[in-house]
Design a protein around this ligand. Structure first.
Ligand SMILES: Nc1nc2c(c(=O)[nH]1)N[C@H]1C(S)=C(S)[C@@H](COP(=O)(O)O)O[C@H]1N2
Ligand SMILES: [Mo]
Length: 233
């Protein structure tokens, strides 16, 4: 039997529930791909300290130092000649935005080592990643050896824009995005771990988004909507 009042009410409830779900769980369609405390955005916020570097690519170099068989220096042309792969991954920023299915193209970190004959010493367990200007972030060497760790030249099928770290940035998608150094300039292999810039300034040493390893200090918090006010594209 049709009961107009009841079915109207049911319909209204269904609509409300859908609207409510939209409001409180906009990321429901991605399920457990979204780490706790993150909001999915289609924007690509631009976050960094200091100025966007301007380069003369004829003098630009990438340095490999520390606990390696031989310290080395590579030109941009040498890196451009290496084989590339493309990966699609979700990225997660500690300021609480996540961007799903981002596509990056570049050199796999482990191919970079292998192709150029870079041999970390057996005691090298950590890497300090250097980016301009004066940016550094520490990552365990084992974390860089995965099949989605890139020295990236391209994002979304286009050359990386200068604001997003072009011409070359690191992409470490399984850690909070501050570990993905823009304007990449070097890797220092280290026997002992050492904290990088943000790691010395309140951010967590490990930075696993699924364990919400955001901050190392009690009471250190960023405003939840901080990223909304940033530049983006
Ligand atoms: N060289 C450099 N790399 C950097 C930063 C920086 O300040 N300098 N900021 C980091 C932080 S905190 C984030 S969240 C990401 C932001 O990358 P995006 O601007 O492409 O979103 O870059 C990381 N890499
Ligand atoms: Mo960040």
């Amino acid at each position: 039997m049709n009961q107009p009042y009841e079915s109207d009410k049911a319909e209204r409830l269904r609509r409300n529930a859908a609207a409510l779900l939209q409001k409180i769980k906009p990321d429901a369609k991605y399920g457990d791909r979204v780490p706790p405390g993150q909001t999915v955005t289609d924007r690509f916020p631009i976050l960094h300290e200091g100025a966007v570097p301007v380069y003369d690519m004829s003098t630009w170099d990438l340095r490999v130092t520390g606990a390696v068989r031989e310290e080395r220096r590579f030109s941009f042309a040498e890196l451009e000649a290496l084989p590339r792969v493309s990966v699609m991954r979700d990225i997660h920023c500690v300021t609480r935005w996540s961007k799903m299915d981002t596509v990056w193209e570049g050199i796999l970190f482990r191919d970079f080592l292998q192709q150029l004959g870079i041999e970390p010493m057996p005691e090298a367990k950590h890497v300090m990643v250097y980016g301009d200007y004066d940016y550094e972030t520490n990552v365990p060497l084992a974390d860089l050896m995965g099949d989605d760790i890139l020295l990236a030249f391209r994002f979304g099928g286009e050359p990386l824009t200068d604001k997003h770290g072009g011409p070359l940035r690191l992409v470490v998608p399984h850690l909070y995005f501050w570990k993905s150094a823009k304007w990449l300039r070097g890797f220092e292999f280290m026997a002992e771990d050492r904290p990088g810039f943000w790691e010395r300034n309140g951010f967590h040493n490990e930075a696993d988004p699924f364990r919400e390893q955001r901050y190392s200090e009690e009471g250190f918090e960023l405003p939840e909507d901080e990223w909304v006010h940033k530049d983006y594209d």
